[in-house]
Design a protein around this ligand. Structure first.
Ligand SMILES: CC(C)(COP(=O)(O)OP(=O)(O)OC[C@H]1O[C@@H](n2cnc3c(N)ncnc32)[C@H](O)[C@@H]1OP(=O)(O)O)[C@@H](O)C(=O)NCCC(=O)NCCS
Length: 96
């Protein structure tokens, strides 16, 4: 799996290979991004979550803010901008 943070406060990519799903890989990657974001001074973190991943982010405390449509190679796709407020522990990079 891989993940990337854009700037201080936006999850740009999160992907886990189908043969490795359901083993906590995305949870681990997302926790790492939240710590990096906190280390970069972010107070909250956003993601444009695919419909497939929205429930994963919801379980981690992300709240839906806005529904979007985007075109990729002529195909219309929908996603949801979700946001999580980072706590003091996360912002300092300390697990609580
Ligand atoms: C969505 C995705 C990142 C999840 O990866 P994963 O490694 O299987 O997730 P984890 O094993 O870390 O799951 C953590 C928790 O989220 C839940 N979860 C994971 N994917 C879920 C889904 N699609 N729907 C509902 N719950 C989900 C798990 O059941 C687990 O719950 P638990 O903590 O109660 O046990 C992965 O399926 C993926 O890469 N999908 C395709 C690409 C994609 O949609 N990326 C997101 C772009 S924004």
């Amino acid at each position: 799996g891989f993940a990337s943070l854009k700037g201080a406060d936006h999850i740009d990519m999160l992907f886990v290979h189908p043969s490795a799903v359901g083993q906590g890989v995305a949870r681990m990657l997302c926790e790492a991004l939240e710590k990096i974001a906190g280390g970069r001074g972010a107070k909250s973190l956003t993601v444009d979550a695919s419909d497939n991943a929205a429930e994963f982010f919801q379980k981690r405390g992300y709240v839906g803010k806005q529904r979007n449509t985007v075109t990729v190679n002529g195909e219309w796709l929908a996603n949801t901008t979700m946001q999580k407020t980072l706590g003091d522990g996360t912002a300092s990079g300390v697990s609580t």
